[in-house]
Design a binder for this molecule. Structure first.
Ligand SMILES: Cc1ncc(COP(=O)(O)O)c(C=O)c1O
Length: 389
């Protein structure tokens, strides 16, 4: 075989994906992936939207279209962001094929080889994968129960001169931690003082189980020319649609769009039109009410059930939204060693080790509480109890 790009071929895949492929077995109950509950998808409504789009738009829906995205969809997502406290015009938005494509594009446009990216530790592995393609280096910033510690952020900026800071401030993946408003302002104060990009990834904020909303850090006007914010329909509508977006300064969006052209020309025309039709014909807030209630029930069932499953001395977060519980086992338990025992018992979780950019903690694990109904959660926990007890 002729040679391949040596660096990219050396990277290897995400260990999480390999673990999840093990869990494809229908007899295994998966607390692994970040997949929304399939039964929450509005199959009928989305079907009607595709039909309407074909009837109303005909060939337009099947034709090539712009790299930036369908104007109606850019308008719809910018209205939603504005409602959620992040003032946005349609021109400030580039539609992407899932926010994962946005992360990949940002990696290519913002990062040079050896650029430093500061991250929460642990953090979302696929963002690391995206940025690693640009040969970026990662450095952790200290976090506590309120997320990134502003003083630690400032020290890390001074120490490493990073190109970017990648954050998931709301219902973080994997820890579920949410940064309070006061902390967001402090983080914005730090970022405003330095010439560094904020990459703010926000897939989960609509999945909140309490009444409050959190203002994105990117809403701070001082960050207007140094923030790239990512959103997605994956967690509120359906991930199979592959619709996400990047909000950022227009001059950067232009470069992101040129890069996207080189990779994929555009995001599917018909999928974008169907998404915007669905958003126009449905009240997203009303649709989210029963989903939030059900996810809250599932979270509570898993939190309660885990008490009889995890070894004495464990700690567990109870996130106010999102999809994940993050547990720490007492010494000498090692969640990455136990995971194969769990798979043999018919249940899978993700060992926390996989999410760290430094100092991985073998005692940690991530469990998704949204993907299974309460009775299946109970069954999965029963299987898990044979592993840790
Ligand atoms: C933090 C975070 N960012 C981005 C994504 C990618 O989402 P999508 O590409 O489906 O929009 C995910 C998916 O799980 C995620 O957890």
């Amino acid at each position: 075989m002729p040679p391949l790009n040596a660096y990219v071929s050396s990277l290897g895949g995400s260990p999480i994906r390999s673990l999840l492929s093990l869990a494809q077995d229908p007899d295994i109950i998966s607390f692994g992936g970040g997949a929304p509950a399939s039964e929450s998808f509005d199959v009928e409504g989305i079907g009607k939207s595709y039909q309407r789009v074909l009837e109303e738009h005909g060939a337009r829906a099947l034709q090539y279209s712009s790299t930036e995205g369908e104007p109606e969809l850019r308008a719809a997502v910018s209205e939603r962001m504005t409602l959620n406290g992040l003032h946005t015009e349609a021109d400030d938005v580039l539609i992407t094929s899932g926010s994962q494509q946005g992360l990949g594009l940002i990696g290519q446009v913002v990062l040079d080889p050896d650029s430093i990216v500061l991250t929460e530790n642990p953090t979302f592995v696929s963002a690391l994968q995206a940025f690693a393609l640009s040969r970026a280096q990662f450095r952790p910033v200290d976090t506590d129960s309120g997320g990134l510690v502003p003083e630690a952020l400032e020290s890390a900026i001074l120490q490493y001169s990073p190109r970017a800071v990648y954050l998931i401030p709301t219902f973080q993946n994997p820890t579920g931690v949410t940064m309070p408003e006061s902390r967001r302002r402090e983080v914005a104060d730090v970022l405003a003082r330095y010439n560094v990009w904020l990459i703010e990834d926000d897939p989960y904020s609509e999945l909140r189980y309490d009444e409050w909303t959190m203002t994105p850090i990117s809403a701070d006007p001082r960050l207007a020319h140094k923030s790239l914010y990512l959103g997605t329909l994956s967690k509120v509508m359906a991930p199979g649609l592959r619709i996400g977006w990047v909000r950022g300064p227009q001059e950067v969006l232009e470069i992101l769009a040129t890069t996207k052209q080189g990779m994929s020309l555009q995001t599917s025309t018909i999928d974008q039109l169907a998404a915007v039709d669905w958003l126009e014909h449905n009240d997203l807030d009303a649709k989210l009410v029963p989903i939030r209630a059900e996810y809250r029930r599932r979270r509570d069932a898993m939190v309660e059930g885990l008490d009889a499953v995890l070894p004495d001395g464990y700690t567990l977060n109870t996130p106010m939204g999102g999809m994940f519980l993050w547990a720490t086992l007492p010494e000498p338990f090692d969640a990455s060693e136990s995971v194969m025992d769990a798979v043999h018992a018919g249940v899978v979780y993700i060992p926390g080790m996989q999410f760290y950019v430094a100092d991985p903690k073998p005692s940690t694990l991530r469990l998704s509480f949204v993907s299974n109904p309460v009775d299946v959660i109970a069954q999965g926990l029963e299987r898990l109890s044979t592993v840790f007890r």
